[in-house]
Design a protein around this ligand. Structure first.
Ligand SMILES: [Ca+2]
Length: 501
């Protein structure tokens, strides 16, 4: 036995695989690929990351569609847990971190240089991940926040035909809608088939709220003095917002069936050149909407983005919060330090570059100007590409804007930098709730939001009168405990700003 081992060792040394013996094992519970035919257990890039960190990962990978149902009971039982755990959610109510399963990572920042650097460079994330007790328990998986978010999109040939630039004020915008309604913009000889604006009702708050000084997307938002407001409870500005939309509705500029319009219908309208304006995730403007037009040449956008609309208040776009998932380390792990070092390596620049781009020559090449481009095989063989572990759903990977840019036509990237990125405003931050706060929120928030949504449709479509019923709407919000909810959100925002400092 001893002899066999020593022969193996000698052989291995000769082959240069000695590090495999030195590598310590770390067990990890995480999501498998969203592609059902891909198993990330042997993913090349993830193995490389583990090798670089000096560990061998013993994976327990679970189908992402059943992840929450499978993992939540395991965490509740808190027995025989692996060293590294991807949580089923971002633990907003501190359910898991309060249970003591997870190690407070900030107490190990002396051996987590990569993660400490990441948090110093990303104060918003640091603020969101700081628990009520001041500790940081998790490392994040993040998404792009300031690029390719929901934006205004115009039919550029229609604007050219009308001889105008994309409007930047509500007044000019309404003027443009009337022009689109009254003229044969698509040139088919019929001046009545144009639908000036096609917007899914969920995007109305994004599109028109900011001009009235409201972030209706977050619902709760903080002003420059750090005071928290609820947008649909701002009696003066919210009333003006509803009145504006009701006027559009009465004039036929917001269609009668506006609550049921969906993306497929808007796409169909683009295919028939029937509409002048929409609002959607930026991603759709080139790959979906512009692509519907037979004369689209990928050089110039047909449906293209523009700056937000301003009114009494300057326009902005609402971005999103960065943290999409979190990973923690089992506080009872017998390999605590190894697991910590592994997770720290996984948060470093070298590992992040591997998740986003893969490896030079394998997945990308670098041109003479130093720009990276994915190789054709990446799009031709999706299963192979995903199987490498790119954008790993089972690791703390950070989504990257440059790696998104290379998937889009140049005009679209330029459009994002010119008309979208400069106007992005961060939404209300994700902040952990104390048990008392979680209880207040779960008791009142859903009923409040349901009532607000129902009344918004009624006021906009005129089935409820803004003049006669708005005051009773405000007093109903009070009876639905809006003031209690504001206190909770204010306390959370104050903790967040303290953690960011
Ligand atoms: Ca027409």
């Amino acid at each position: 036995m001893k002899k066999t081992l020593s022969i193996l060792l000698a052989l291995c040394l000769a082959l240069g695989c000695a590090s495999a013996f030195a590598a310590e094992t770390v067990s990890q519970l995480a999501m498998n690929s969203w592609y059902s035919t891909v198993d990330l257990k042997d993913a090349y890039l993830l193995k490389k990351i583990a090798d670089n960190a000096g560990v061998t990962v013993e994976w327990n990978l679970i189908d992402p569609t059943t992840y929450s149902d499978t993992v939540s009971p395991m965490l509740a039982a808190a027995q025989d847990l692996p060293d590294v755990i991807q949580l089923p959610d971002t633990d907003p109510n501190m359910t898991y971190l309060s249970s003591g399963i997870f190690e407070p990572l900030d107490t190990h920042f002396d051996i987590m240089p990569n993660y400490k650097k990441f948090l110093d460079e990303n104060p918003v994330i640091k603020g969101s991940l700081t628990a009520v007790d001041g500790h940081i328990y998790y490392v994040p998986q993040t998404v792009v926040t300031n690029n390719y978010q929901p934006v205004m999109m115009y039919n550029m040939p229609w604007l050219a035909k009308a001889g105008i630039e994309a409007p930047t004020t509500l007044d000019k915008f309404v003027e443009m809608l009337r022009y689109f309604r009254d003229n044969d913009m698509n040139g088919n000889g019929d001046a009545t088939d144009e639908i000036p604006m096609s917007i899914q009702s969920s995007f109305l708050p994004y599109m028109f709220g900011p001009a009235f000084g409201l972030d209706l997307v977050s619902g709760f938002y903080a002003d420059d003095q750090g005071k928290v407001h609820y947008a649909a409870y701002e009696s003066e500005n919210y009333k003006k917002y509803l009145t504006f939309l009701n006027d559009l509705y009465k004039e036929g500029l917001l269609e009668v069936e506006f609550t049921s319009l969906n993306r497929d219908q808007i796409t169909e309208r683009c295919a028939n050149d029937l509409t002048g304006v929409t609002f959607d995730f930026s991603w759709q403007m080139s790959n979906l909407y512009s692509a519907q037009y037979p004369n689209y040449d990928k050089e110039t956008g047909i449906i293209a983005g523009a700056a937000p609309l301003s009114g009494e208040y300057p326009g902005f776009y609402v971005g999103r919060n960065p943290v999409s998932g979190v990973f923690g380390i089992n506080a009872k792990s017998t390999r605590l330090e190894t697991a910590i070092r592994y997770l720290d390596y996984a948060m470093g620049e070298e590992a992040q570059d591997l998740y986003v781009w893969g490896e030079e020559g394998l997945t990308y090449e670098t041109d003479a100007e130093g720009n990276r481009h994915f190789l054709p095989k990446c799009t031709e063989d999706t299963i192979w590409y995903q199987g490498l572990g790119i954008n790993a759903p089972n690791m703390p990977s950070q989504q990257s804007t440059p790696a998104t840019d290379v998937l889009l036509p140049a005009w679209h990237v330029q459009n994002d930098r010119t008309f979208e990125e400069p106007y992005i405003r961060a939404p209300f931050p994700d902040v952990y709730s104390t048990p008392e706060e979680a209880s207040t929120l779960s008791m009142y928030l859903v009923d409040l939001q349901t009532y607000v949504d129902e009344r918004a449709v009624a006021f906009i479509s005129g089935t409820a009168s803004i003049a006669d019923e708005f005051d009773s709407y405000i007093s109903t919000l009070q009876s639905l405990q809006i003031e209690e909810l504001l206190k909770v959100k204010q306390a959370q925002y104050d903790r967040y700003t303290a953690a960011v400092k």
